[in-house]
Design a protein around this ligand. Structure first.
Ligand code: DOR
Ligand code: ZN
Length: 344
């Protein structure tokens, strides 16, 4: 196959930031994606519908004329989020999902949740109205090894939570383990998982062997190779409960290449060519559209996009490996090999 025409993809987990970074990174997502679920971990976090509307307007105002890119907004769940705020988000149609960060799990998550009991009334309301909860699925207990944090979260937090609140539409985001793949498969269609581009490419050796590679450091951190292979198998299976959420998370190089480097891989620019490359290697090009353009929309009760994206086989033209912003350069994720596909 040398040409592939698929429905335009959606990114079900994206960090667009704000201000100058937003200006610089938005075109990278707008080019290939039709919709993106925009993460609310700004400073300060997007905890109210009013803030979400303002943030959405900021994004829409930066889009080129004629663009049909649609930012789908999320609210950052805190222990103080009220049912009335969520209700407002649903009734105004502004909010597509609620984002749950365990406090301290990742970038700008300090206002997240420590006590899961406190959010149960809100989760019950969300269940009643069918509003999805997107979860950063890692425990933050300092006694739990960073490589075990996802598996422990599933067992100790997510399973009990889903038992207590049956029917809550839940996305366990950016999964990194076979444990998560198996758990999603064992559950009903209320539970789905996003998988990032980078977790399909790298394992923990890629971060740590031969010197620390800060641009491969993200959270949840990439795990052992057998976990990457389980993610690859899930993504290329075509199963409806797995779909793309790039978690493209820009940080300027000085923040990444530092004694205490920030977590995040910036993959907005080349996710689609990388995924085409990977899916072809797995002899699963016929499942690419399900993973990047169909399954997510179905989970969110939306129609797949009407427009199309064309990919063609052939080494993409040499492109810069960074994008420039007033705040500094951002390094584009390097899959470590030459890509076979380009987006026309
Ligand atoms: O690596 C990550 N970066 N993981 C997250 O969960 C947050 C993100 C960010 O905002 O930088
Ligand atoms: Zn994220």
């Amino acid at each position: 196959m040398t040409k592939l025409v698929i429905k335009k993809p959606d990114d079900w987990h994206l960090h667009l930031r704000d201000g100058e970074l937003l200006k610089a990174v938005l075109p990278e997502s707008e080019r290939h994606f039709n919709r993106a679920l925009v993460m609310p971990n700004l400073v300060p976090p997007i905890t109210t519908v009013a803030q979400a509307i303002k943030y959405k307007d900021q994004i829409l105002n930066l889009l080129p004329k004629g663009s049909d890119f649609k930012p789908l907004m999320t609210l950052y769940l805190t222990e103080d989020t009220s049912i009335s705020e969520i209700k407002l988000g649903v009734e105004t149609g502004v909010i597509t999902a609620i984002k749950l960060y365990p406090a301290g799990a990742t970038t700008n998550s300090s206002s997240g949740v420590n006590n899961f009991e406190k959010i149960k009334p809100v989760l019950e309301y969300m269940t009643n109205v069918g509003l999805p909860l997107c979860i950063h699925g890692e425990v933050t207990d300092s006694n739990v090894d960073i490589f075990d944090r996802e598996a422990v979260f599933i067992e100790k937090i997510l399973m009990p939570l889903r038992n207590d609140i049956p029917g809550l539409k839940t996305v366990i985001e950016h999964i990194t383990t076979k444990t998560a793949v198996d758990y999603v498969r064992s559950e009903n269609s209320d539970l789905a998982a996003t998988i990032t581009t980078h977790h399909l490419v790298i394992n923990r050796n890629d971060i740590l062997v031969g010197g620390i590679k800060p641009h491969y450091y993200c959270l949840p951190i990439a795990k052992r190779e057998h976990h990457r292979l389980a993610l690859l198998e899930a993504a290329t299976s075509g199963e409806t409960s797995f779909f793309l959420g790039t978690d493209s998370a820009p940080h300027v190089n000085t923040a990444k290449e530092s004694a205490c480097g920030c977590a995040g891989c910036f993959t907005a620019t080349n996710s689609i060519p990388i995924l085409a490359h990977i899916f072809e290697e797995q002899a699963a090009l016929n499942k690419l559209e399900a993973f990047i353009s169909i399954n997510g929309a179905t989970f969110y009760n939306l129609e797949p996009n009407k427009s199309f994206l064309t990919l063609s086989k052939g080494t993409p033209p040499i492109s810069p490996n960074t994008i420039s912003t007033i705040e500094g350069d951002i390094t584009i994720f390097d899959p470590g090999y030459e890509l076979n596909w380009q987006v026309l």
